[in-house]
Design a protein around this ligand. Structure first.
Ligand SMILES: Nc1ncnc2c1ncn2[C@@H]1O[C@H](COP(=O)(O)OP(=O)(O)OP(=O)(O)O)[C@@H](O)[C@H]1O
Length: 193
């Protein structure tokens, strides 16, 4: 099943002489694992935003967009005035039981009622991932999302993502400058120059 397709897509921001990328044809199917690579400023995040439907190509065409995307970034972007659980229920109001069980799965069951503003970066990154998963995405987009995690916690996170990927067939798209922090060892690389 095709979740995203672009044909010869290019993206140029207003006021810029050069497009960020051009002539990019890409198809993402259910269950795919992709890694976006390329130097800083080459357009990895911009391409992710296009996959999520947040940027439109300025040349070429997008032929298919996913219905639901989940995104997590290096900066967790939680709502600081809400508790951890409230941040999760904001996305999925009826998923209280699932949210608590996911907090348990990533080793932070005691943080449910803590203020999001009081979390460490690694704790907040885990909550941001759970929020992305609770959106029931077809595609999970991870943009340097796990730099704050120690190896043991990172492995726990990886297990949860793959359990969901196997259950729901979600496609996984990752950006990480550190190959050791890629969840999928079998990800196909898309290199932006
Ligand atoms: N909204 C925007 N308006 C104008 N220029 C933008 C916008 N978003 C990104 N850019 C520019 O597009 C280029 C690609 O940015 P992007 O964040 O996609 O790169 P990246 O490969 O993800 O970089 P990094 O690895 O440093 O995170 C950069 O030159 C950036 O300044």
């Amino acid at each position: 099943m095709i979740l995203f397709a672009a044909e010869k897509a290019g993206l140029q921001f207003p006021g810029r002489c050069e497009p960020v990328f051009s002539d990019l044809s890409l198809t993402i199917r259910k269950g795919d694992n992709l890694r976006l690579t390329g130097p800083s400023g080459s357009g990895k995040t911009s391409l992710m935003r296009m996959i999520a439907g947040l940027e439109r190509p300025t040349t070429g065409r997008v032929l298919a967009l996913p219905q639901n995307t989940g995104m997590a970034f290096a900066e967790p972007r939680l709502l600081p005035r809400l508790s951890v659980l409230e941040n999760l229920l904001f996305i999925a109001p009826d998923a209280g039981r699932e949210a608590r069980s996911m907090l348990d799965a990533v080793n932070i069951p005691d943080l449910a009622d803590k203020s999001a503003a009081s979390l460490s970066k690694g704790q907040a990154q885990r909550v941001a991932l759970l929020r992305a998963l609770l959106a029931r995405p077809d595609i999970l987009l991870l943009d340097e999302a796990f730099g704050g995690l120690d190896t043991r916690v990172w492995q726990v996170v990886r297990d949860l993502v793959f359990e969901r990927a196997n259950r729901d067939g979600l496609a996984l798209i990752e950006i990480s400058h550190d190959p050791a922090r890629l969840l999928s060892a079998n990800a196909k690389g898309i290199c932006l120059a």
